[in-house]
Ligand binder design. Structure first.
Ligand code: SAM
Length: 280
């Protein structure tokens, strides 16, 4: 039985377990709120066609710095996290900002109670707390409405620079997909896993070796396309079959906009290699 699942059986959120201490929550909150990115909000706003009335899930929402911003833009925001400390901080900050959020306390995988899918699934700096990378990619995808947007930002092993026994922890996850604790996923894994699903647009921001940012649009079901529905031209433009699961290297180069600063021509093929093929 996976070790992190066993751990969760003995550390139950409903019994008051919280991995975040009061001191840590306070210091991270200041940092996180000061580092909010207006550019990120603008980018998502364009992809969503505005936030007003959109359903947003801030998965692993922490101190709520983005939940509150989304709500200020008019979104119907659900904050979900394992930490009561962060919940009370987010409640205070939301009240101070004059917005209302929905709150949901639980492990990342405890999402069965969400009755509807979301227009935006926002998962920032918490993917690595999931128990299983493959299962988590499927869960994230399932939480998004057709034509909805997923935003995943996660640090890479280069950020963590594991030493000692943690090198083994990272090796187990990177090569055997076996998770003990919370090793960060190897660079490129998140995008490759999500490309196993039906996505018709994906943008990768690999501008820093310390983190992967993956933004994607979920494809409409085939039945909707058969009846003439389409996603925005921009999102659907470069695929003849937006449901293709296994994209070749060259096709992936077309589909994926890699937002690194332009590389010299001889580096571009290598750059596309980084974006990877499903299952590599
Ligand atoms: C680094 S913080 C990121 C918070 C926020 N998303 C941000 O962008 O600042 C990681 C968050 O994941 C939450 N977390 C850690 N383990 C979790 C788990 N197993 N299930 C749900 N949330 C978890 C923590 O409580 C914390 O809020």
């Amino acid at each position: 039985m996976p070790i992190n699942y066993l751990h969760s059986l003995f550390h139950r959120v409903e019994d008051g377990w919280d991995p975040i201490t009061n001191d840590y929550a306070s210091s991270y909150t200041e940092l996180a709120w000061n580092e909010r990115s207006p550019k990120l909000i603008e980018d998502l706003e364009i992809r969503l066609g505005g936030f007003a009335g959109k359903r947003v899930l801030d998965l692993g929402g922490g101190p709520g710095q983005y939940s509150v911003l989304f709500a200020q833009k008019g979104a119907d925001v659900t904050w979900h996290d394992v930490s009561r400390e962060y919940e009370s901080i987010t409640r205070e900050r939301a009240a101070a900002a004059g917005v209302t959020l929905r709150f949901s306390l639980g492990y990342l995988e405890d999402t069965r109670h969400f009755q509807e899918q979301f227009d935006l699934l926002f998962c920032r700096v918490c993917w690595y707390y999931a128990r299983n990378d493959r299962a988590f990619s499927r869960l994230l995808y399932s939480l998004i409405k057709p034509a909805g947007v997923g935003y995943v930002e996660c640090n890479t092993p280069a950020f963590s620079q594991p030493q000692g026994w943690r090198k083994l922890q990272y090796w187990l996850n990177s090569y055997l997909w076996f998770k003990v604790g919370h090793p960060m996923p190897p660079h490129g894994r998140i995008a490759r896993l999500l490309l196993r699903q039906r996505v018709n647009h994906m943008t990768l921001d690999y501008s820093s070796p310390l983190r992967d940012i993956v933004i994607f649009t979920k494809a409409l079901p085939q039945s909707a396309l058969d009846h003439g529905w389409t996603t925005s031209k921009d999102h659907a433009s470069s695929l003849s079959n937006p449901f293709r699961r296994h994209l070749s290297h060259d096709e992936l180069g077309d589909v994926v906009q890699d937002r690194r600063s332009p590389a010299p021509p001889q580096d571009q093929a290598a750059a596309r290699g980084d974006t990877g093929q499903p299952g590599r």
